[in-house]
Design a protein around this ligand. Structure first.
Ligand SMILES: [Zn+2]
Length: 250
C-alpha cells in the first residue's frame, strides 16, 4: 500500500551499506520509523529530504505483516539548514527532537503536536532565540502529550499560586510554602511571574508567541522546573541536554 504523509525528520541512523533507518513525526500518524533503501547513494529520490529537522512530504510503502515502513522518496516542504549551522540552534533543536523521540507514542496521531514542532523549527531556522523557543516547545508539547504540570494551585492544599511556590518533580506540580516538608534537596522555586508566563505561553496563539518577553530569571526558573519535570517523565536525562548546557549558558 502506498501513502503520503507530511513529516518532520527527528532522527536517522545508517543501516547496512547504503540504507538509512529514519525516525519521523508525521501529521497523519504521529511518530513512525521507516527504512530508506539506498538513501546514502540515491540523491535523486532523497536529496537532503531525510536530513535532521527537515519538514518534508514522505512517500511511503507498506506491506501487511511487515513491521518496517519503506520510505520511497522525500519532497522537501521546508529545509532547515541554518539550524545545524549554529551551535545554539542545533543544541535547542536537538533537545526538541529528542523529546519527541522519547515521549511521543508510536503511530499515534497528534496534529497539534506536529504543527507545533514544524512551526518552532521554522522559527529556530529563521533565527529566533533558541532557548526561548525550546521553553515554548517544552511547555506546549508536554501539555499536548498529556504531561501538563499543575502549576496554578498547591497540590496539597489547593491554595492559588499568588506567592512563590516550589516545584515538585515527582508529582508534576507545585507545593505552597505551608505544605512543603523540607526534604533537604535543592528546591526549585517558581515565582508568580514564572507561573503566569507558563500559562500565557501555553494558551497564546502560536503565531503570536514570539511577542512574549520573559525575564532571564523567569527563563531560569522554568528551565529548572522543566528539567526536573522531563526527567520524571522520560526516566533519564536527555542526551542532548548535556550538549545544550555546554553551549548555551542559562
Ligand atoms: Zn499548600
Amino acid at each position: 500500500m502506498k501513502s503520503k504523509t507530511e513529516a518532520v525528520i527527528i532522527g536517522s541512523m545508517n543501516l547496512g551499506e547504503a540504507d538509512k533507518l529514519v525516525t519521523f513525526f508525521s501529521l497523519e500518524r504521529g511518530k513512525l520509523r521507516g527504512v530508506a533503501k539506498n538513501a546514502r547513494k540515491s540523491f535523486r529520490r532523497f536529496g537532503a529530504g531525510l536530513e535532521l529537522f527537515t519538514h518534508a512530504r514522505l512517500h511511503l510503502y507498506e506491506k501487511e505483516h511487515q513491521e518496517l515502513i519503506r520510505i520511497e522518496s522525500s519532497d522537501i516542504v521546508s529545509q532547515h539548514f541554518d539550524i545545524a549551522g549554529d551551535l545554539d540552534r542545533l543544541a535547542a533543536g536537538s533537545v526538541m527532537v529528542e523529546l519527541v523521540r522519547e515521549i511521543a507514542p508510536e503511530g499515534e496521531r497528534n496534529p497539534q503536536a506536529f504543527l507545533l514542532l514544524a512551526h518552532l523549527l521554522h522559527l529556530l531556522n529563521e533565527g529566533a532565540d533558541p532557548l526561548f523557543l525550546l521553553r515554548i516547545f517544552e511547555i506546549r508539547f508536554l501539555s499536548l502529550l498529556g504531561f501538563q504540570p499543575k502549576l496554578d494551585k498547591c497540590l496539597s492544599c489547593g491554595c492559588g499560586a499568588a506567592r512563590p511556590m516550589v516545584f515538585y518533580g515527582l508529582k508534576g506540580g507545585v507545593l505552597c510554602p505551608d505544605c512543603l516538608v523540607s526534604s533537604g534537596e535543592d528546591q526549585i522555586q517558581l515565582s508568580p511571574g514564572a507561573i503566569g508566563f507558563y500559562y500565557h505561553a501555553l494558551r497564546m496563539d502560536l503565531d503570536k508567541v514570539t511577542r512574549l518577553k520573559p525575564s532571564a530569571e523567569i527563563m531560569r526558573e522554568l528551565d529548572r522546573a522543566f528539567a526536573s519535570h522531563t526527567l520524571h517523565i522520560v526516566g533519564k536525562r536527555l542526551k542532548s541536554d548535556g550538549f545544550l548546557r555546554s553551549v548555551c549558558p542559562l
